[in-house]
Design a protein around this ligand. Structure first.
Ligand SMILES: CC(C)(COP(=O)(O)OP(=O)(O)OC[C@H]1O[C@@H](n2cnc3c(N)ncnc32)[C@H](O)[C@@H]1OP(=O)(O)O)[C@@H](O)C(=O)NCCC(=O)NCCS
Length: 208
């Protein structure tokens, strides 16, 4: 599918086009080993375990949560974004054990004008280094490009987050920028690596 508007009879209409997002009904995804399903209220206990874990949260740029209420707040935020079609987060579960959430993955900060979204992911430590995040990210990229019609996906990471950097590189992302001391957290200005992946099935439509 091409995104160039140059030769289209209704060029003005198309040039004002924006990404249309609709996550209803919820798009459940299956991979070889994983089920990416809707986050449910019963997942808040696992959300609490994951987001209160210092190792998981080390490079997230937020303090680990300390109360169940914060896990519920996270769940509510995810649900609101879904209802408003402003972002989607899947609970990651193993196919064999679909009730147990072992992580989350999402496309959020959707910029509809630019057909762009940010990807975020997190797994419980017991499931690291088994290729599970890679399996999930590859399918979410496919969903973003083929179902949502995104033109690009970005990821922001702490440069010392080697697991996340390796995961992004293993799934085709390229580090396009490195912002120095752009992120103030816990009394320090931290650097950010900005990664991006383009939907190569769409032309750029560049006119400049
Ligand atoms: C980032 C995270 C999701 C990676 O999950 P994972 O399931 O362990 O990753 P995978 O096993 O799919 O590995 C993907 C690639 O990264 C590499 N990798 C994974 N962990 C790594 C590490 N600690 N150091 C270096 N490379 C690593 C793997 O070797 C693999 O590369 P390959 O395909 O070329 O062999 C996981 O470490 C995590 O949840 N971290 C805490 C939350 C977090 O930081 N989220 C990202 C915020 S930006």
């Amino acid at each position: 599918m091409s995104f160039s508007t140059d030769n289209h009879p209704n060029k003005i209409f198309l040039s004002k086009m924006m990404l249309q997002v609709n996550f209803h009904p919820f798009p459940e995804i299956k991979t070889e080993r994983l089920l990416l399903r809707r986050l449910i209220r019963e997942d808040t206990e696992e959300i609490y375990k994951m987001r209160s874990d210092k190792n998981v949260m080390k490079f997230i740029g937020k303090d680990p949560i300390t109360t169940m209420q914060e896990a519920i707040d996270f769940y509510n935020l995810v649900n609101d974004s879904l209802q408003n079609n402003t972002g989607i987060t899947w609970a990651i579960a193993l196919i064999d054990s679909p009730q147990k959430m072992i992580g989350t993955i999402g496309l959020w900060r959707i910029i509809k004008e630019h057909f762009r979204a940010e990807i975020g992911y997190m797994l419980m430590p017991g499931y690291w280094k088994k290729g599970l995040a890679k399996e999930a990210v590859l399918r979410v990229i496919q969903f973003g490009f083929d179902q949502m019609n995104l033109h690009s996906i970005e990821a922001h990471i702490h440069p010392k987050n080697l697991a996340s950097a390796s995961l992004l590189e293993a799934t085709g992302f390229i580090r396009e920028a490195y912002f120095k001391q752009d992120f103030f957290f816990n009394g320090a200005f931290e650097d950010t690596g900005i990664y991006s992946l383009l939907n190569t099935k769409q032309s750029s439509g560049t006119k400049r």
